[in-house]
Design a protein around this ligand. Structure first.
Ligand code: BJW
Length: 247
């Protein structure tokens, strides 16, 4: 890297499902990933919700219950700690689980929404937080908008849907200006998130990937750490701090 470690002011991080794997949250594409058992087209598209909202809500209710029992791990905590150390810090996540916030990260750019928010299918009001677990769907009742009574849906981004504009703009700006980008626990195949490290690389950032498996990013990243995030990330941060102290 051209810039001395102690001169790094601007850091961006992109996280994916792998960072929460050691907390017990299933990933999507790995060996035990959700897409091995469930078809994305049946559950994570607007068409799927139109066809069978009950099936989709049952799946999200099951995942909400599972995630509610999970706690942040050392990787989430390290990022929360790092946030305090940098003037310009952007944590971009594709995860909907809320574990970064639970670990103490104050500013999190949620690219794919949150499983803990719902929104009105008629968009009569802004999304609202709902942490009820399990949802009461007795007799086929589905969550409704408290304002207009229309069907509610999870406030997450399904395939074919646009990402929240403000989050995408913030993520892109961070990718363009960061000096270092950490890419942790993502298969780097889902767009447009997967393009963010490429933007950072093009702008001259030093890109570090932490992932036990190779991804399309691995060949171009400057540093690849093929280990689980909960052990690799705290160690990588310690090494950084040592480099800064030594100069
Ligand atoms: C560990 C670990 C440990 C394990 N430590 N690591 C351009 C080209 C081609 C297609 C498209 C394109 N532009 C858009 C598209 C279509 C589509 C897309 O990208 N498809 C590709 C799959 C081909 N994108 C979209 O539709 C997006 N919308 C959009 O772009 O709108 C405009 C548009 C639409 C259509 C056409 C053109 C333009 C929206 C994407 C929404 C994704 N939604 C989901 C569900 C969210 C809600 C929910 O949770 O239910 O988001 S799908 C799922 O994938 C979820 C994730 O956020 C996302 C990414 O997955 P992630 O995080 O990378 O997880 P995994 O499981 O894939 O990987 C885990 C990794 O962790 C692995 O690598 C492991 O090795 C690793 N790991 N243990 C560290 N301990």
């Amino acid at each position: 890297m051209d810039i001395p470690w102690h001169d790094i002011r601007s850091v961006a991080v992109l996280t994916g499902a792998g960072i929460s794997a050691e907390s017990g949250v299933p990933t999507f594409r790995g060996e035990d990933g959700l897409w091995r058992t469930y078809r994305a087209e049946d559950l994570a598209t607007p068409d799927a919700f139109c066809r069978d909202p009950h099936l989709v809500w049952e799946w999200y209710d099951w995942r909400r219950g599972l995630i509610a029992g999970c706690r942040p791990n050392a990787a989430h905590r390290t990022l929360a700690h790092m946030e305090r150390r940098f003037d310009d810090w952007t944590l971009i996540t594709q995860n909907v689980d809320g574990l970064h916030q639970l670990a103490g990260s104050r500013s999190v750019v949620e690219l794919h929404g949150s499983i803990w928010r719902m929104r009105c299918t008629q968009e009569c009001q802004t999304p609202w937080e709902d942490r009820t677990v399990p949802l009461s769907m007795a007799g086929g009742a589905l969550p409704r908008c408290p304002n207009c009574g229309s069907l509610a849906r999870p406030d997450v981004v399904w395939f074919g849907e646009s990402l929240p504009g403000e989050a995408l703009t913030a993520a892109l700006a961070a990718a363009q200006r960061c000096q270092v980008m950490l890419v942790v626990g993502t298969s780097a195949v889902v767009q447009p998130a997967a393009s963010l490290p490429l933007v950072a690389l093009r702008r001259g950032a030093y890109v570090v990937e932490i992932n036990p498996q190779p991804t399309p990013l691995s060949d171009t990243a400057h540093e690849v750490i093929r280990e689980p995030a909960a052990s690799a990330l705290p160690r990588w941060w310690q090494t950084w701090q040592r480099r800064v102290t030594v100069g």
